[in-house]
Design a protein around this ligand. Structure first.
Ligand SMILES: Nc1ncnc2c1ncn2[C@@H]1O[C@H](COP(=O)(O)OP(=O)(O)OP(=O)(O)O)[C@@H](O)[C@H]1O
Ligand SMILES: [Mg+2]
Length: 369
């Protein structure tokens, strides 16, 4: 048995107490609003009232601003273009105007504002002024700008990778084939014993050019990345760095490449490449350890060296993009990256990315290395 009268909501609408309907109460309500600047302008655009939100957003106390023309809130170029007057005229004609743009605070700083101006009329329909509601949208604008910049950066990264791949292909398929044909022609030349030495020199030179071409094309995009996959390409890269810089690099790979798509494998390859370049350029390290684990639906990559390290709390120096680019690549994959270093304590980069289309078969797997 239920006691319905005790639990049912009371749907009857209570009339507001008469005291809440007074002008004074309404004014108090408007004055108390913090998130919106709500104020009145007279018919010529002079500020007539001021609320808490207006003080918070624009920085003026009521005594400093009431009586001044509202154009003081606009940037100089808008004032020069007659925007304040034009906006009021539009509001008077259309009844209401909404606008977004930069506005100026008392201290001269700018904020991105959403502004609604509504024309007010007395009971006879004569214009008496305007109600103006302003909202500070700077945070939202910054977020939108950040999102836009990130989309642009993703686009640029992809375009750059495509361009590199296409240049590498052209070098290999076009120049490479032409040089191979030239080599064949030179070797078929019917040479006198005197010319044989020159022919041999030409063949050696062509071989050197083919070698350089291969190295340049591989630097742009190693064919092994497309032919044999990510892990073989990283192995190739590591061997190349060992050979060229006489560096001890331990490479440890666990798991297979399931779920690591083209974008992820290009990004992981570039991460290792940039990290190794940094080791060579900055670390003065004797050993580097690279570990890649593809387990469950995640792939983790750690690269650490025993070099001089850096004070990464000081933030990014102007003109350096390597670590920034790494962060961008990982973010685009929906993953996380952590840099850990201090002067004298080596440099460690830990990356964790989720993989698409792979079942999460190990619920105990730790996502962060
Ligand atoms: N393995 C490392 N050991 C010591 N310091 C490092 C290491 N990796 C990076 N750093 C420090 O971090 C800074 C930023 O690295 P980042 O790769 O962003 O820029 P960069 O290598 O100087 O220039 P680039 O934009 O050409 O990559 C470096 O200038 C260096 O001081
Ligand atoms: Mg770098």
């Amino acid at each position: 048995m239920t006691n319905s009268s005790a639990t049912e909501p009371d749907n009857t609408r209570a009339a507001p107490p008469p005291s809440l309907l007074t002008d004074a109460a309404f004014r108090l309500l408007v004055e108390a609003v913090e998130d919106y600047a709500i104020f009145l302008l007279d018919a010529n655009g002079h500020v007539a009232t001021w609320n808490n939100g207006a003080r918070r957003i624009k920085g003026y106390d009521a005594g400093e601003i009431v009586g001044r023309h509202f154009s003081v809130f606009y940037p100089p170029d808008d004032i020069a273009a007659g925007k304040p007057q034009h906006t009021l005229a539009t509001a008077a004609r259309a009844g209401r105007v909404e606008d977004e743009g930069w506005r100026i605070r008392k201290d001269g700083s700018r904020f991105w504002a959403n502004v609604v101006i509504t024309a007010l009329h007395d009971e006879q329909g004569n214009p008496i002024g305007f109600a103006k509601v302003t909202r500070d949208m700077t945070d939202r604008l910054r977020l939108a700008e950040l999102q836009h910049a990130r989309e642009l950066s993703a686009h640029v990264q992809t375009a750059l990778e495509n361009e590199r791949a296409s240049i590498a292909r052209e070098l290999h398929d076009d120049l490479g084939q032409q040089l191979a044909a030239l080599k064949m022609q030179v070797s078929l030349l019917d040479t006198t014993p005197q010319n044989a030495r020159f022919a041999q020199q030409a063949l050696t030179q062509i071989d050197t050019i083919i070698g350089s071409l291969r190295r340049i094309a591989a630097g742009l995009r190693p064919p092994v990345l497309d032919d044999l996959g990510l892990f073989a390409a990283i192995d190739w890269l590591v061997c190349d760095y060992r050979r060229r810089y006489d560096l001890t690099i331990h490479l440890d790979i666990e798991g297979d490449e399931a779920g690591i798509d083209t974008t992820a494998s290009t990004s992981l390859f570039r991460l290792v490449q940039e990290a190794l370049t940094n080791v060579v350029r900055h670390a003065r390290a004797s050993e580097v350890r690279i570990a890649i684990v593809r387990a469950s639906s995640r792939c983790t990559l750690t690269i650490e060296d025993d070099g001089c390290g850096a004070d990464i709390r000081r933030g990014r120096a102007a003109g350096t993009f390597g670590l920034l680019g790494m962060g961008e690549r990982v973010r685009q994959l929906g993953g996380a990256i952590e840099f850990r270093s201090a002067p004298g304590a080596g440099f460690r980069i830990a990356v964790d990315i989720p993989l698409k289309g792979v079942a999460d078969d190990d619920p105990t797997a730790s996502p962060v290395p």
